[in-house]
Design a protein around this ligand. Structure first.
Ligand code: SF4
Length: 326
């Protein structure tokens, strides 16, 4: 039996869990193809215009899996991975969006509700429903969950050592060595949801560009959750949604970190939470005296334009550092 995993949204954070989980239960895991213009166009065609770009792209990945004729498609309903905090409502409504949009898809969907108190989703009750739906015994299912959890914890520990999420996944699945390349003396804090940053088509591969330029990169998932939570707990108000809060507190931590020379915020068109978080952090750049740049992605972004802006931003930081004799 084939189960399809769309390469969108939290695929970029939980794939090491999901792949191991389903394989341990005897499924062949098929991911949708990497994002292309065609997938984006399909997503736009099958969405309402007002919705944010990452959800449109996710819809395109569902179309791609339907074309690959998989038996099941995995679309978890992410509700919460933190006590008293929730996901942006678009995550919560995603399975409903899909089952109402595509005729006859409902019995192909595997859509557990994920509601836990930490990022580690192995204890989510929703997985019991998955076992029931797929006819998996309790023993096999528990073993699969344990292995999946171990794979994901290893992934997270690699991220916290400074590997990008995509590099950490490649290490877990044997495609890359556990070696962090030597980096130069410029460090950028790059803020963005994993599905914007790590999808090479969406972000125009901005992180690889930095690696090639010898720029050291810090992202929110390289930070300890406890430290991010502590930082946000000192603020008068937070942003309500778990991942928006993490970006927000990572932004402040990057501003306060002596090694970080500047911040780039990668955001997608149509994202409400980002409109607030980006603006607040932009205002703060003056106070912390660190440059801040926004890169906004839409369905029609142009790569050359991004390359030029990123290079100019890095050049400006180098010149500033040279002037200070750093
Ligand atoms: S946080 Fe923003 S980009 Fe992410 S799903 Fe919600 S609206 Fe879309």
């Amino acid at each position: 039996m084939k189960i399809g995993i769309p390469q969108g949204l939290l695929h970029w954070y939980y794939y090491p869990f999901w792949k191991v989980y389903f394989e341990q239960m005897g499924f062949e895991v098929i991911t949708s193809s990497s994002t292309t213009k065609e997938i984006v166009d399909q997503g736009v065609k099958h969405s309402v215009p007002e919705i944010c770009v990452p959800i449109k792209i996710f819809m395109g990945h569902v179309v791609n899996l339907l074309e690959q004729e998989v038996d099941y498609i995995f679309v978890p309903r992410f509700e919460s991975i933190e006590k008293g905090k929730y996901f942006c409502p678009k995550f919560m409504g995603l399975p409903d969006l899909i089952r109402h949009y595509f005729d006859g898809v409902e019995n192909k969907l595997v859509m557990p509700t994920i509601k836990t108190k930490t990022d580690n989703i192995a204890n989510a009750k929703g997985f019991k429903e998955v076992a029931k739906q797929l006819g998996i015994s309790r023993q096999v299912h528990n073993k699969a969950l344990k292995k999946a959890e171990a794979s994901w914890l290893e992934f997270r520990s690699l991220c916290k050592k400074g590997f990008l999420a995509t590099e950490a996944m490649d290490i877990i699945f044997g495609k890359k060595e556990r070696v962090l390349k030597g980096q130069k003396n410029i460090t950028l804090g790059v803020l963005g949801y994993v599905y914007n940053l790590y999808d090479p088509y969406v972000s125009m591969d901005i992180l690889t560009k930095f690696r090639e330029m010898g720029v050291n990169v810090k992202t929110f998932e390289m930070e300890e959750e406890t430290l991010l939570n502590q930082r946000i707990s000192h603020m008068d108000k937070d942003l309500f949604w778990t991942f928006s809060n993490r970006l927000f507190s990572a932004g402040y931590r990057f501003y306060e970190h002596p090694e970080v020379d500047g911040i780039i915020h990668v955001t997608a068109f149509g994202c409400g939470p980002d409109a607030m978080l980006g603006k607040i952090l932009e205002y703060e750049s003056e106070k912390y005296k660190k440059p801040f740049m926004t890169v906004r992605i839409d369905e029609h972004s142009g790569e050359n334009h991004l390359q030029t802006r990123v290079e100019a931003f890095v050049d400006m930081i180098i010149r500033k550092k040279d002037k200070r004799g750093a």
